[in-house]
Write a new protein. Structure first.
Length: 281
């Protein structure tokens, strides 16, 4: 009869250290955060030197043997744990059996500017972690070059934000803690047009597309879920753009509006004459 696998003790200092990462102050102190579930852990293992530890149940280790193998190849310490330990570390109601401990991976804002970005999402005063993570996912899907979270926005490494990004956190550069004035001025100096997304904006997104104004390098600034962008932030933009409502809906939520805006810019930039080349067929 095969021996039972050795499980990490619930009283292990490694378990206690991982559990504490559910709190922002400990994340900041240790420069570590949690990535939960197979998709996030797989992406973390693929991102150079990011995954530090992996806690995994025996059942999940068998089901996701390829991910566990990738974690070991990436140099992460793998700990087999029972479901109670995973539940203790996890911040979800129904854990999926894998919890990774990852190093912070935000990118200095100056590095983003040096790369001459063509499409950027700026989250100004966005407080909801689910919304922030979803916008990050939308930016990744639209092919954006970077995301910037201002100093008044939610913690990038909040577990809800990490989960909502569905792995996109590991795909594109993200700068954090940048004052909105610095973000806007830095992007302007890099030749990027600043577009403030606002439901009461003077400029209509459809009109901007029709007159060919969307093909240049652009940064979309998205505001707080409840009150949008303050006047002083709108004043910094080159244009304040509204997504047209053609039906009877009162408005769009933040993540949906962000997806529409980012894809509009991405499409315009890939069209003939845009700043992103189109591969000949």
């Amino acid at each position: 009869m095969p021996a039972s696998p050795e499980l990490i003790s619930p009283k292990s200092p490694r378990v206690s250290a991982a559990r504490r990462l559910g709190k922002r102050n400990f994340r900041g102190k240790e420069q570590l955060f949690l990535a939960e579930g197979p998709q996030a852990v797989r992406e973390a293992a693929a991102y150079a030197e990011t995954l530090v530890e992996l806690f995994v149940t025996v059942e999940a280790a068998e089901r996701y043997a390829d991910i566990v193998g990738e974690a070991r190849t990436a140099g992460a310490r793998v700990h087999l744990a029972d479901e109670d330990v995973i539940a203790d570390i996890s911040t979800t109601v129904t854990p999926q059996g894998l919890v990774g401990v990852c190093r912070f991976l935000d990118t200095p804002f100056d590095d983003i500017l040096a790369a001459r970005p063509k499409l950027v999402a700026v989250l100004a005063h966005v407080r909801d972690p689910g919304n922030a993570g979803t916008v990050l996912r939308c930016a990744d899907a639209a092919g954006a070059d970077a995301v910037v979270l201002t100093d008044a926005s939610v913690d990038l490494y909040n577990p809800k934000c990490v989960r909502a990004s569905v792995g996109s956190l590991f795909h594109l550069p993200v700068a954090v803690g940048v004052p909105v004035e610095r973000a806007v001025q830095g992007l302007k100096d890099a030749g990027v047009r600043i577009l403030a997304a606002d439901g009461a904006g003077e400029d209509d997104l459809d009109d901007e597309l029709d007159k060919g104004a969307m093909g240049t390098p652009s940064a979309w600034v998205f505001g707080n879920e409840a009150w949008g962008l303050p006047e002083e932030t709108r004043a910094l933009a080159d244009a304040v753009v509204r997504v047209p409502i053609h039906g009877r809906a009162e408005s769009l939520n933040l993540a949906t509006a962000a997806a529409v805006c980012l894809y509009a810019s991405a499409r315009a930039q890939r069209a003939a004459g845009g700043c992103r080349s189109v591969t000949p067929s």
